[in-house]
Structures are given as structure tokens and as C-alpha cells.
Design a protein around this ligand. Structure first.
Ligand code: NDP
Length: 324
């Protein structure tokens, strides 16, 4: 825990957040909370109070919003003001219909013990029937009324319940459709991005439209994920710069202009992942990291949305509009 007390270069120019279309700012580094389980509360309060995080990313689907809320409460009791925090949550697929948006948000706010969110995201662009199986059975993946849902998201902003709105796991095709119907453009698009899945096409499209990208699973995720921590190129750059592999992966995301949300429930690694300011990955090393050949997603949505015999999505290629 020694280094977590050393607050990250607050006030340094490179610690400032990224400006959103709304004029607000998203912090560069946030805490991911997927699979944090019962450790979520301590992770959140440690990240905020000791390591200087101001952004926490969560979702109703993670089943830990109450724990995250307790962590936020603890941080506020310790003197951190709500206005200085940036809290993101997501609308789950079983609530992906116009009549469910507000109800879902209200439940999230209640669990988090908050009266507004800084950012509310569509978690996946696919609607699921309540109680859907993994993988889904026939008829459990339903049509998604993008326009109806987005209008409700926009209304949440107008009503002050949410400051910014955005999407996750979109394709170029879906983003294009959204931009045509949106009165309020998405501020943020949250996508899997790391040196093993650069997803340059989505990054470019978002940049062109002024949409901030947040990189999720920046360390390659866990369990079924990809071990980027022991990747040879990542390790070589880390050794050269006298940083940890985690710091190199977080910094790579920042140098691409994406905000980034590494998950950890370990106090030391929470601190480590925030100690990414005051140095740069030199051009040649950045290029080496951006040239890893084996490009593939870790979080491809197959278990949630693909039904090989009945569809409507019969493969992951279908889910991603055959754009990969
Ligand atoms: P990450 O890429 O952040 O990796 C997390 C794993 O890395 C954990 O096993 C963690 O273990 C370990 N770890 C953390 N820091 C270090 C370090 N410095 N060195 C070595 N190992 C480390 O995975 P996630 O998939 O969790 O992605 C991050 C966040 O993005 C999620 O938690 C969630 O908030 C969001 N997300 C959003 C999605 C979406 O659909 N919108 C999908 C997936 C993720 P330990 O905890 O023990 O440190």
C-alpha cells in the first residue's frame, strides 16, 4: 500500500481529463468493477481516498451496485465531494426498451445511493428477455428500438438525472444509425481496447465525431481473458521504462487518447494503475505495442447473444455486423 498514499500528480497537465461533447470532463483513468464481487466497496473507497481515482465504472449487470454505493459513501464521508466524482453505470439488455430506461436508472441510482449519474451507457446493443439463458434460447434475444431508447436516455439528461449518455459495444454501422437519430450525440463510446485488440476503426470513427472512447479490459481482462501482463512486447517496454506491465498497458490507452478503466480489487495494483503520469511511452515502443499481430476480442458477447441454430445472431461475426 505504500505507493497509494503518494497521490498521483494532481494538477499536472497530463492528469487532466478528456473533454466531452457536453463540455464536461471524464477523468483519464477510472476504476473498473466487473467481477469485483464483495470486494467492490473496499476497492472503490481505496481507489478514491488513497489512490486519487475520481471515476468509477460499474453496471447493474455486475450485481454490485450496492457495494459500489457503500464505497462511494465511505469516500464522501472521508471528505471527497460528489461533484468531484465521475460515476458511470450502464443500462442492461433486459431493460433495453423505451419503457424500462427510467425505471432501470432509478434502481441504479438507489443502489448507488446517488441522485444523478455522470454517465449512463447502453451496455450492449441487444435486447434480452428477462431470465434469458447463457447461451440464449430461441426467442430470448429481441429487437432493440434504438430510437425509442435513445429518446429516453436524452430525456434523462434533460431531467438532470444523468449528465452524459453514451454506448458500449457498438459497431460502425450502429454508431452511424445512432448519429442519424440522436438529438443529443453520445458523449462516450466504451469499447474493448488493448494492444491485443486495437479496434482502430471504431476509435477513428469516434474521434471523427468528437465522441470520447473509454477503453475497457485494458489489461486483457481476467479468467477467460488474455494474458497481456506477460506479453513479451509489453514486458520488454515495461522493463525498459522501469514501469510495471499494468502501467504500460494503461499508458498505451491514454496515449491513444482514450480514457481507461482498469479493474482491480487489490490495493497495491489499484495504486499502481493510477501511477501513469509524468512519463511517456517513446514513439518506437508505442509503435511496437501497436503492432502486436494476434488481434482478437476477449469480450465478444457470444455467450450472451449468439444462438447458433435459431439466431437472430448465429455467430459473433453477426453480432459485430461482420465488421471485423
Ligand atoms: P482488466 O483488463 O481491467 O483486467 C482486470 C484483471 O487484471 C484482474 O484480474 C485484475 O486482478 C488484474 N490486474 C489489475 N491490475 C493489474 C496490474 N497492475 N498487474 C497485473 N494484473 C492486474 O479487465 P476488465 O475486463 O475487468 O475490464 C476493466 C473494466 O472495464 C471492467 O471492470 C468494467 O468496469 C469495464 N468493462 C466494460 C464492459 C462493457 O461491456 N462495457 C465489458 C468489460 C469490462 P486484481 O483485481 O486481483 O488486481
Amino acid at each position: 500500500m505504500a505507493q497509494t498514499h503518494q497521490l498521483p500528480a494532481q494538477g499536472q497537465a497530463d492528469h487532466q481529463g478528456f473533454k466531452l461533447l457536453s463540455g464536461r470532463t471524464i477523468p483519464r483513468v477510472g476504476l473498473g468493477t466487473w467481477k469485483s464481487g464483495s470486494k467492490a466497496s473496499d476497492a472503490v473507497s481505496t481507489a478514491i481516498i488513497e489512490a486519487g481515482y475520481r471515476h468509477v465504472d460499474t453496471a447493474s449487470q455486475y450485481g454490485i451496485e450496492k457495494e459500489v454505493g457503500q464505497g462511494l459513501r465511505a469516500a464522501m464521508k472521508a471528505g471527497i465531494e460528489r461533484k468531484d466524482l465521475f460515476i458511470t453505470s450502464k443500462l442492461w439488455c433486459t431493460d433495453l426498451s423505451a419503457d424500462r430506461v427510467r425505471v432501470a436508472l432509478k434502481n441504479t441510482l438507489q443502489d448507488l445511493q446517488l441522485d444523478y449519474l455522470d454517465l449512463y451507457l447502453i451496455h450492449w446493443p441487444f435486447r434480452l428477455k428477462g431470465g434469458a439463458h447463457k447461451p440464449p434460447e430461441a426467442g430470448e434475444v429481441l429487437d432493440f428500438d434504438m430510437e425509442g431508447v435513445w429518446r429516453e436516455m436524452e430525456q434523462l439528461v434533460k431531467d438532470g438525472l444523468v449528465r452524459d449518455i453514451g454506448v458500449c459495444n457498438f459497431t460502425l454501422k450502429k454508431l452511424d444509425k445512432l448519429l442519424q437519430i440522436a438529438q443529443t450525440k453520445p458523449s462516450v463510446c466504451q469499447m474493448e481496447m488493448h494492444p491485443g485488440w486495437r479496434n482502430d476503426k471504431m476509435l477513428e470513427a469516434c474521434k471523427k465525431n468528437g465522441i470520447q472512447v473509454t477503453a475497457y479490459s485494458p489489461l486483457g481482462s481476467q479468467d477467460h481473458g488474455r494474458d497481456l501482463i506477460h506479453d513479451l512486447t509489453v514486458t520488454k517496454v515495461a522493463n525498459k521504462l522501469n514501469k510495471t506491465q499494468g502501467q504500460i498497458l494503461v499508458k498505451w490507452a491514454l496515449q491513444r487518447g482514450t480514457s481507461v478503466i482498469p479493474k482491480s480489487t487489490n490495493a497495491e495494483r489499484i495504486g499502481e494503475n493510477m501511477q501513469v503520469f509524468g512519463f511517456e511511452i517513446p514513439e518506437e515502443d508505442f509503435r511496437a505495442l501497436s503492432s502486436i499481430r494476434d488481434q482478437r476480442r476477449v469480450v465478444d458477447g457470444e455467450d450472451l447473444f449468439v444462438n447458433k441454430s435459431h439466431g437472430p445472431y448465429r455467430s459473433t461475426a453477426d453480432l459485430w455486423d461482420n465488421e471485423d
